[in-house]
Ligand binder design. Structure first.
Ligand SMILES: Nc1ncnc2c1ncn2[C@@H]1O[C@H](COP(=O)(O)OP(=O)(O)O)[C@@H](O)[C@H]1O
Ligand SMILES: [Mg+2]
Length: 237
């Protein structure tokens, strides 16, 4: 029988191999970046002709190097196996720290952040640091979907078994035909996108025994709904 699926041990060693490769690429890339920076300074201090294309070319190289670096960082974050450090968390606080982080940029982009939290939510057993990364990926997408401003509405609610986080934006929305693609690795419609944000978010949420789903209307906006169990027992499995 032909083998189409790789098991999780094989995936682990592939991930380790790939992460090693990424680090090997990052080091020389770092050296290139530093030297481009120095070259830039040399150019500024030299008396090259005004219409020289050199400074522009160096800047272009710097931009491409920094793009390569962010692709590699995204990949590392995605490939990394998370060892979960579970703790009892107030999910509203976890969300707030992500919103505090992005709010200066949101304000600059005329995005209003509206919060509607259930303050009586039960505590959730999860790894707050990796969960922040997942929420950040979803919230950054919402922000990027509203280049001309809009509203970012974050709502939490729950019952004795689950808590729900609804992240809604009034942005460009997603066409019905594309909805199935957005969680695929490397799917991106953005010029500088890596297509790893949502797959990483989904993986983190599932590692925390939750789910993520989406509703979207093309041209009107999107809603991501994250469901997390209240008393997750995954550390006992
Ligand atoms: N809130 C959103 N509104 C509109 N489109 C979205 C939203 N979130 C995700 N998408 C779509 O899903 C794609 C994949 O998202 P993601 O995995 O984060 O990669 P990236 O942000 O690097 O493109 C995006 O390129 C975009 O087309
Ligand atoms: Mg993204």
């Amino acid at each position: 029988m032909t083998k189409n699926n790789i098991d999780s041990d094989e995936l682990d060693s592939l991930n380790t191999l790939a992460a090693g490769l990424v680090h090997e690429i990052k080091n020389p890339l770092n050296a290139i970046s530093i030297n481009l920076q120095l070259l830039n300074e040399d150019l500024e201090n030299s008396n090259i002709e005004k219409d020289s294309k050199m400074p522009r070319r160096v800047r272009l190289l710097q931009k491409e190097v920094s793009r390569l670096d962010s692709i590699l960082s995204d990949f590392l974050r995605f490939a990394k196996r998370h060892e979960l450090h579970l703790e009892s968390c107030d999910i509203n606080e976890v969300i707030d720290s992500v919103l505090d982080f992005i709010s200066p940029e949101a304000m600059q982009n005329s995005i209003r952040i509206l919060k509607s939290y259930d303050t009586k939510l039960p505590k959730c057993n999860l790894d707050s640091n990796v969960m922040k990364q997942a929420l950040l990926n979803v919230i950054l997408n919402a922000q990027q979907a509203m280049p001309d401003g809009g509203e970012l509405i974050v709502r939490t609610y729950g019952n004795s078994e689950n808590i729900f986080i609804d992240i809604t934006d009034t942005g460009v929305g997603i066409h019905r035909d594309k909805i199935d693609k957005i969680f695929q690795v490397y799917y991106s419609t953005k010029k500088n996108g890596t297509g790893l944000g949502l797959p990483a978010a989904k993986r983190i949420i599932e590692e925390n025994k939750g789910t993520i789903s989406i509703r979207s209307e093309d041209g009107k906006g999107s809603s991501f709904l994250i469901k997390l169990p209240v008393n997750s027992k995954h550390h006992e499995e």
